[in-house]
Design a protein around this ligand. Structure first.
Ligand SMILES: Nc1ncnc2c1ncn2[C@@H]1O[C@H](COP(=O)(O)OP(=O)(O)OP(=O)(O)O)[C@@H](O)[C@H]1O
Ligand SMILES: O=P(O)(O)OC[C@H]1O[C@H](OP(=O)(O)OP(=O)(O)O)[C@H](O)[C@@H]1O
Ligand SMILES: O=C(O)c1cccnc1
Length: 467
């Protein structure tokens, strides 16, 4: 894992914290909600990712000597710096499980801690969760159109700097099978694989010698890049020759890779040539600015591609640059808190809350999540948070509580899961959603509503400030 200190934060967190400290408010308990307002890619769902990393980092977050020296130069006071010297997160965190499908405007995670600790972790929390959730969602869309074909992440070189490290992790949660990213493979136990670059072939005087040497060097997982000079006239015929030579040595060429031109046409022609040479086991990989719409189109055209290598568009979350996840105060110093806005969608929900996934008596998702006060019971109705005439009866429905304690008094309580287990969980949760929520154009809108009691609390607070 990358090394983080508690200065991985925005200056205003420290400025506010010094005031809380000086004014005797440092032990006031605060509750913050993490949620986003708009689904990325105009899609029908998002995949929550980044939780495991976040908790590991928060558990060990502290200000080291270098941080404190620097903050002293930034005009923070000695007594506050002394407090920061012993900083540790002691709070509670309640969260949806990593990999679950999540929807706008309802809490995905809640932090309950003293106000300084809750404030200092805000930036790293948003930084990690927004990015991984965006990329896991992108990966999941690519997976939806690719079926059982193999998906490899090739994005590290095109990522937003070191963000590529976590993009790879998120891609696996969203359904990718492996990566070219060696450090992410090492740290997250992800299968690492790769092919060859154009430079390797260019560095030889002829393509076939390059192929021969590579096959000799990597006999077990040899993939030959066939488009450097002419895919069908040179690359594929030379790959076939080398594959036959490998057979003579008792080896098997694993795949060829197409990286330019009309990938549908070239894959069909290459498949035919390989099959006619008796090489039906040699797979075809493709890359070049792939994303879910291109892959969908390629498959509709009958492309014979077994492996998609996806780089840029996956790791930068194209075309959306960011998830708009926010961290909003819901409760502090014994009182519910609200942020009022001209735009009703930006009004926050006060109090500690619980979120329930609604299911019928057979356990099937009915397409709705309910947000209620934490201790509420016997909830009969769900109301649209901003359009109160939209209501739904929920009293006959099963309610699965989604926010589970994952950190208690600063201790990470998250059940240990491998990335593959998180990905499997994500796959199963996504499978519970019907296809209408997964289509790319005008997907069905998943219902998110609030209980009558929560609405009453919110409206009471709005009225008190309006007066
Ligand atoms: N049959 C196809 N249907 C839809 N999209 C395709 C098809 N074949 C390739 N593409 C996509 O079209 C884009 C073509 O990119 P580009 O214009 O750079 O062409 P290119 O063949 O890669 O050129 P270059 O040789 O410069 O790399 C890529 O995103 C690629 O994935
Ligand atoms: O298109 P992306 O989805 O981002 O996939 C990654 C791309 O990165 C490599 O190209 P690059 O030109 O960097 O190196 P190369 O010379 O090895 O092809 C690879 O050949 C892919 O085309
Ligand atoms: O292994 C590959 O083929 C690869 C790795 C990174 C980027 N593009 C391709």
């Amino acid at each position: 894992m990358l090394d983080f200190s508690a200065t991985y934060t925005d200056q205003y967190q420290l400025a506010m914290s010094q005031v809380y400290f000086k004014k005797g408010q440092k032990d006031h308990t605060a509750i913050f909600d993490y949620y986003f307002r708009k689904l990325p890619y105009n899609g029908g769902y998002a995949i929550f990712a980044g939780l495991q990393d976040l908790l590991k980092i928060i558990e060990n977050l502290k200000f080291n000597d270098k941080d404190l020296e620097y903050l002293k130069k930034q005009d923070f006071d000695d007594d506050f710096l002394q407090y920061l010297k012993d900083f540790k997160f002691h709070g509670n965190i309640y969260s949806v499980q990593e990999g679950d499908v999540v929807f706008p405007t309802r809490p995905i995670l809640q932090v309950e801690a003293n106000i300084i600790e809750a404030q200092i972790i805000e930036t790293i929390l948003l930084n990690l969760l927004n990015f991984q959730t965006l990329i896991a969602t992108k990966a999941s869309r690519i997976k939806l159109v690719s079926g059982e074909r193999t998906l490899l992440d090739f994005g590290l070189r095109r990522a937003q700097g070191p963000g590529g490290y976590y993009a790879t992790r998120a891609a696996i949660i969203g359904g990718f099978n492996g990566t070219s990213n060696v450090i992410a493979g090492r740290d997250f136990n992800i299968p690492v694989s790769g092919t060859m670059a154009h430079s390797f072939i260019q560095s030889y005087d002829d393509e076939i010698t390059a192929f021969r040497d590579f096959a000799e060097g990597r006999p077990k997982d040899c993939v030959l890049l066939v488009d450097t000079y002419d895919t069908l006239k040179s690359g594929v015929p030379n790959a076939i020759t080398v594959a036959k030579e490998m057979e003579d040595r008792g080896e098997k060429l694993m795949a060829i890779r197409l990286d330019s031109g009309d990938l549908a046409y070239l894959s069909k022609q290459s498949r035919k040539m390989l099959d006619e040479a008796g090489l039906d086991y040699v797979k075809i990989a493709a890359s070049n600015q792939l994303e879910e719409n291109v892959i969908k189109s390629l498959l509709e055209q009958g492309a014979r591609i077994d492996v998609f290598g996806v780089g840029t568009n996956l790791v930068i979350g194209s075309p959306d640059a960011a998830l708009d996840g926010v961290y909003k105060l819901a409760y502090s110093n014994g009182k519910p808190r609200i942020k009022i806005s001209e735009s009703i969608v930006k009004v926050t929900l006060p109090h500690k809350k619980q979120v329930y996934r609604l299911r019928d008596t057979e356990g099937n998702c009915v397409g709705g999540d309910l947000v209620a006060l934490f201790e509420e019971d016997n909830i009969k109705n769900m109301i649209h948070p901003f359009e109160p005439y939209k209501q739904m009866k929920v009293d006959g429905l099963e309610k699965e509580a989604l926010l589970k304690p994952v950190m208690e008094n600063g201790k990470n309580k998250l059940e240990k899961k491998s990335l593959q287990e998180i990905a499997e969980y994500s796959k199963n949760r996504l499978a519970e959603l019907s296809i209408e929520y997964k289509r790319f154009n005008n997907p069905h809108i998943y219902k998110v509503g609030i209980s009558e009691a929560l609405k009453a609390e919110r409206d009471k607070l709005i009225a008190s400030f309006k007066n």
